[in-house]
Design a protein around this ligand. Structure first.
Ligand code: TRP
Length: 334
């Protein structure tokens, strides 16, 4: 049924529109890793409500994200692809782990500090304990590896600390997870300010390529990408815009930066930008098509959602029952 001995867990939030940065930096790596591990990929909708959401929009984005996982190449029979909110064990374990996490640890989380500053009118307790829910996601499945972006490493470190602390008191209950940080060089920058990371929430539409962008939009955004006056396609720190375009082109074509430099030696930026745009559009088109097909087939997608949540639950409940017993909750009479 599943692929490897070792367990892998990762998740994304269905807030904001995903960019090619999310695809190249995360989703595509998941597809590769899914051959090697037994994987759970969750749409972490419970995390999303730590910030106010429009309910209808959250629901439709969550469905779009779940279908995107599949469209990007994650097989829902070989992997477990599900909504966090469909497996109540996440919230139950999070409660217990809250009692094994210190205020001081959570106060040190840089994401909490950043988000509190950004949402000063809604610094809720969920935002504060967000990393504990994330620890529960991971520890529930006896996860060995967690692919995460560098911004989530601090949360993963906390999950490890909680697991170790719990194990020290109660014996070996949790597997202590390791981070999996993808290859370096796959960092995608803004097309309008190549010194900034490409973001889901940039106000400038032209800064990011969204996974939903159609071919014309992709070509237009690359055409407008900020470059320089060097007139030379070179992979150099001194040319961050061109360097970023080379990174993107390399990522979608599999060519090395040196090969790309050679391919475009003596050719103009206009030509290069068009080639990058076409390569990106060609990468996105089949994913968009598959996603649209999935979203159109309600019965099929609902079936996947239901069975995958059941498979996740089956695994989660084993850990949860063990933990409940360890901390002293009464046994359920059979
Ligand atoms: N916090 C992660 C993010 O915003 C998403 C997430 C939630 C996650 N639970 C997780 C990632 C468990 C990895 C493992 O990117």
């Amino acid at each position: 049924m599943l692929n490897g001995e070792k367990m892998l867990f990762s998740g994304m939030q269905a807030t904001g529109r995903l960019t090619i940065g999310n695809y190249i930096g995360a989703l595509r790596n998941w597809v590769t890793l899914s051959d090697e591990y037994t994987c759970l990929f969750s749409v972490v909708d419970e995390h999303s409500i730590t910030v106010r959401q429009d309910p209808a929009e959250l629901r439709s984005r969550a469905r779009a994200l779940l279908s995107l996982y599949i469209a990007a190449g994650l097989d829902p029979e070989k992997n477990i692809i599900y909504y966090q909110s469909h497996v109540s064990a996440h919230a139950e374990l999070a409660w217990i782990l809250n009692c094994y996490t210190y205020m001081g640890e959570l106060q040190r989380m840089t994401q909490f500090k950043d988000k509190s500053a950004k949402h000063a009118d809604n610094i809720n307790a969920g935002l504060f304990t967000y990393p504990v829910l994330m620890a529960a996601d991971i520890l529930l499945y006896q996860t060995d590896v967690v692919p995460v972006g560098s911004d989530q490493l601090q949360h993963l470190e906390l999950a490890r600390d909680i697991a170790i602390r719990f194990n020290n008191v109660y014996g070996d209950v949790f597997t202590v997870p390791e981070p999996y940080v993808g290859k370096v060089g796959a960092k995608i920058q803004s097309l309008q300010d190549p010194l900034k990371k490409m973001s889901k929430s940039d106000e400038n539409e032209n800064a990011s390529i969204y996974l939903t962008d159609d071919r014309d939009t992709v070509l237009r955004k690359f055409k407008r990408a900020v470059t320089d006056n060097e007139a030379c396609v070179r992979y150099s720190e001194a040319q961050p815009g061109i360097r970023n375009l080379i990174t993107i082109y390399s990522a979608v074509t599999g060519k090395t930066p040196e090969e790309v430099e050679k391919e475009f030696a003596g050719r103009g930026y206009g030509e290069f930008k068009l080639a990058v745009g076409e390569a990106v559009a060609d990468t996105l088109a089949p994913i968009q098509k598959k996603q649209a097909e999935l979203l159109a087939d309600k019965a099929y997608l609902d079936g996947i959602i239901k069975t995958n949540a059941e498979r996740a639950e089956h695994l989660a409940i084993k850990t949860l029952r063990k933990v409940q017993k360890k901390v002293g909750f009464p046994e359920r009479p059979r």
